[in-house]
Design a binder for this molecule. Sequence first.
Ligand code: FCB
Length: 466
Amino acid sequence: MSRPLPTGFVLGAATSAFQIEGAADRRGETIWDRFIAQRGLPDDGRHACDHVDRVEQDLDLMAELGLEAYRFSVAWARVLPEGQGRPDPRGLGFYDRLVDGLLERGITPWLTLYHWDLPQHLEDVGGWRSRATVGRFTDYASLMADTLGDRVVNWITHNEPWVASMLGHRDGVFAPGGTDMTEALTVAHHLLVSHGAAAQAIRSRAPAARIAIAVDCRPAVPATDREPDVEATRHFDGFRNRWFLDPLFGLGYPEDMVATYSEQGRFDARPDGDGPVLEGDLELIAQPLDVLGLNYYTGIRMRAGSEEDETPEVLPGPNPPRGHTEMGWAIQPDVLHDFLLRLMRDYAPASVMITENGASFSDAPGPDGRVRDARRIAYLHGHLAAALDARAAGVPIEGHLTWSLLDNLEWTQGFAQRFGIVWVDHATQRRVVKDSGWWLRDAIAERRLPEPLEALEALEAERTGR
Ligand code: FCB
């Protein structure tokens, strides 16, 4: 039994610039180059997957899999090495060719403007803590719309503003490594304002553009029904989900969280008050969204006392317990389903695209060269089925983009975590399509979700038979 895919439901894959491009000698320095060097992390973005120099091969790979959509990000520092000023024609030319290459192969581009790789030059003058960066981002968005607006329809302004602001400025674990909650809230506000300003700039240059933002939701459920756990869950949800979704959908910052943060002296939400909010900002943030991008990996069970805590239930490792990926993330497709329904109830987005969803498992080629990543197939099957159930229940989900096309540089975890549907040997840059990649190919070609076991048998037969 396999489930048919509804007409028009789009399947594809996603990547981001810093994680795959390499060719760092042909772009400006970014906060991630600096952060990785400062922390002395073993893997960096100098070569990554060498995608810039292998773009034709990677495009052909996407065509072989029959991808209908491909989400990539533009490296700001490749088109504007200092984040502003004179564009580098080599950088613009690269994205120009990438987009043409996608369109020639019938693959719809989904372009992300900011996937965390701020040009270091802008960081040096205040980064996202500074309001001026909103202006720089809007100029950069305008440049990209002028260059690609005639061919790219789907524009994602930001990837995961929660991660960029909180992991990067509160927890110090992501670039640029800040550890101040007040600054992190300022950064979050500037990211949101820059989303709105960029949306306007893109629309004025490319009237057919569809504007999206990709938020990373971490749905939370209370560990017990005790009041303190319920309250901790509400707080976590405010911190992690509502703080971004409410203003994007015109509801302003959530009052309960504003009360908490202002009591703590961390955020003044009044326009022209002591905080970063200027008159008109909330209107700017709430530009009509054509598509809500949702990045979903796992949910969290909250206990009182651990609010604002991101500690996964198990530690990452090569042998995750059953039910977890190697990131230590619990596999919970039903949580995705329920969260999609809640999004509909609370925000009624015009459309939802699952802009990231996938799993880290380090299965490598066996003696026959094949990568038997059955656990990834099961993960994708389960989450796609959950998304289709939510769609059937009325959530306007237009598609699903698997994270990720290639095994790539998983930020601070380097090449150790493998999310690809294509295996990459990072020493030789050899690519091998995993079983999950073939599974996705079959899903697209046959317009149905092949059952994992059936699919594995078919792949076995394909290998030995045909
Ligand atoms: C998301 C990021 C993406 C990748 C996945 C695993 O938070 O957007 O770049 O790292 O997680």
